[in-house]
Ligand binder design. Structure first.
Ligand code: DGL
Length: 269
């Protein structure tokens, strides 16, 4: 079984990491990181739609099923169309974990940080409408610059810049009023520690859970695999497919995923 993972870049690795923490998961993964077109969140919807369709076609053509769209932006724009176009492929999408936050029933505010595309999509607005919370208590805010920091080859040396930006994002709020910050972009969990530091500096008395959707996606994927599996031999290997040459992506992948068998391939036009 070939399992596809797809993101505009490194972000989907935060989801793959959660999946790999599952001891039963020993499958061949094809992770497509669209290094050529990253970031998606600040591009026009129709441009990203075309890019997503092209990359997903590639994963389908090499035989991936199921495919995890490990990107909130691509999911919010394209998952409906992908499911229509490929009725035989199981797609698992990613959406901001707002429900996990509202299920905690803490009667406080929730801040959702995501890309500019994700925060304006009907998919997210509809999801919030259906939840047991006043719409005004869910605050949506774009935080696109975090994607640029994550993809920067000097990312690990950029804590200061990252924390200044997070301070800029959070300082307009009274953080004591919030129970959760939902990281609605798969790149953002790479900065969880920076978020913790900034929150502590801004409001030591705040009690905020910083959450993302990776655990839910991992559960869904394991369930799908169980349904699809036909006593196949398990292969434990990650094929890393990039859309442009990148010297740093593979070392960043190793930093994020740890010691895994990784084979680098390219999808170049
Ligand atoms: N990691 C992505 C997401 O979850 C996309 C970020 C981007 O390319 O702007 O939305």
């Amino acid at each position: 079984m070939k399992i596809g993972f797809y993101d505009s870049g490194l972000g989907g690795l935060t989801v793959l990491k959660e999946v790999l923490s599952n001891e039963d998961f020993k499958y061949e993964v094809y992770y497509l990181g669209d290094t050529k077109n990253t970031p998606y969140g600040t591009k026009a919807d129709d441009v990203v739609m075309k890019i997503v369709e092209d990359n997903v076609r590639y994963l389908v053509d090499i035989g991936c099923n199921p495919i995890v769209i490990a990107c909130n932006t691509a999911t919010s724009l394209a998952i409906k169309k992908l499911r229509q176009d490929y009725p035989n492929i199981e797609f698992i999408g990613t959406e901001p974990a707002v429900k996990v936050a509202t299920d905690a029933h803490l009667n406080k505010k929730i801040l959702v940080l995501a890309t500019s595309i994700t925060v304006k999509q009907e998919k997210l607005l509809n999801l919030i409408d259906k939840l047991d919370i006043n719409n005004e208590d869910v605050i949506l805010k774009p935080a696109d610059k975090l994607v640029l920091f994550a993809e920067d080859k000097n990312c690990i040396k950029m804590d200061k810049e990252v924390e200044e930006y997070i301070t800029e994002l959070l300082s307009e709020f009274n953080l004591k009023e919030f129970s959760h910050i939902v990281l609605g972009c798969t790149h953002f969990p790479l900065f969880k520690e920076n978020f913790r530091k900034v929150i502590l500096a801004l409001e030591p008395e705040a009690n905020i859970d910083i959450i993302d959707g990776s655990r839910g996606i991992s559960h869904q994927l394991m369930k799908k695999i169980d349904e699809l599996q036909k006593n196949e031999e398990k292969i434990d290997k990650i094929h890393l497919i990039l859309t442009s040459k990148s010297n740093t992506f593979i070392s960043r992948t190793r930093e994020i995923l740890g010691d895994k068998k990784i084979e680098l391939e390219y999808k170049l036009q």
